[in-house]
Design a binder for this molecule. Structure first.
Ligand code: C2E
Ligand code: MG
Ligand code: MG
Ligand code: MG
Length: 292
């Protein structure tokens, strides 16, 4: 991994607004080119079912391998893609590639685990993508083209979507009517109000990794994490904990009755080839965990 060059990517130093705007414009045109030149890649991070003790699905995470900048983190370039309309074509590419990947992952999984349920694929969706008139027809077409079921796809939206008002909520309901699962990502970090959880339905809730990161050091965070999981369980919404890195976090989350988890303890996000190996060798992850 090459170090990121200075400029907007590091957001440091007293450079002027003009420099920042220019840098943003440069990245925008590089992102356009990246789509054409195939510089994007997807990595897949396993999501574990803590109750069944095995893998249940993957989250697709985009990577940009820029010829000049090296590997650029998605939370930086996807922010710029969101501010421009580029999120629409990039988002379409992500949907198509992750649906195709799910098809082959399930094919491989079936060979070693014939009696288990199919794996799901979580895809991050930005609120801006819903503004595209073609979003739903493209989504439906891509899923059909790949030969996977809508119920095997989890669309991850963040709490920020609530700020966009009723149209975003309608879009989420429409996704659910089409059979997709919807997960609320980075839960607990945004400005959202708990009342939204009463007003509309989600299929899972992802507790942000900042909670997991500090729950063992900080008593208050521990209590809040426990309460979020208890509340979601009470509402019948399964919880996915993000960013589990150590065995103790895993044990504590099982104690809190958290159903799903993802994190470096189980696996980092990995290329498709590695993910295919992962599903064919991983029986129950007790082995994976003990080996790490
Ligand atoms: P996210 O959706 O919350 O994804 C989880 C992030 O946590 C990923 O970062 C993942 O690599 C990281 N992570 C997972 N387990 C651990 C762990 O144990 N420790 C630590 N320190 N980190 C862990 P990543 O891949 O850098 O993605 C960052 C964000 O970029 C994502 O956060 C998501 O908001 C956005 N993003 C990534 N891919 C896409 C995409 O295809 N579309 C959209 N719209 N956004 C994306
Ligand atoms: Mg996510
Ligand atoms: Mg998240
Ligand atoms: Mg995040």
């Amino acid at each position: 991994v090459q170090p990121e060059p200075a400029g907007i990517l590091t957001d440091e130093g007293g450079e002027g607004q003009t420099q920042k705007v220019l840098e943003k414009m440069r990245i925008e045109s590089e992102l356009k080119q990246a789509l054409v030149s195939n510089e994007f890649m997807l990595h897949f991070q396993p999501i574990m079912d803590l109750q069944k003790g095995r893998i249940s699905g993957f989250e697709a995470l985009i990577r940009w391998n820029s010829p000049t900048r090296g590997l650029v983190r998605p939370d930086i370039f996807m922010g710029i893609a969101e501010e421009t309309s580029l999120i629409v074509p990039i988002g379409k590419w992500v949907i198509e590639k992750s649906a195709e990947a799910l098809k082959v992952l399930n094919h491989r999984y079936r060979q070693s685990h014939p009696e288990d349920e199919d794996l799901f694929m979580s895809i991050n969706i930005s609120g801006r993508q819903f503004h595209d008139d073609e979003f739903f027809s493209h989504l439906e077409g891509a899923i059909a083209q790949a030969g996977v079921k809508t119920s095997q796809i989890k669309l991850e939206v963040t709490e920020r979507i609530f700020m966009e008002g009723p149209s975003a909520l309608q879009a989420i309901n429409r996704c659910r009517d089409m059979g997709f699962h919807v997960a609320l990502d980075d839960f607990g970090t945004g400005y959202s109000s708990l009342s939204y959880l009463a007003q509309f339905q989600v299929d899972s809730l992802k507790v942000d990794q900042s909670f997991i990161r500090s729950m063992l050091q900080d008593e208050k965070t521990f209590v809040i994490t426990n309460a979020i999981i208890a509340m979601a369980n009470g509402l019948g919404i399964p919880v996915i904990a993000e960013g589990i890195e150590i065995e103790k976090e895993h044990r504590v989350l099982v104690g809190m009755e958290c159903r799903f988890a993802q994190g470096y303890l189980f696996s980092r996000p990995i290329p498709l080839g590695d993910a295919l190996n992962y599903v064919s060798i991983s029986n129950d992850f007790a082995e994976t965990v003990n080996a790490s």
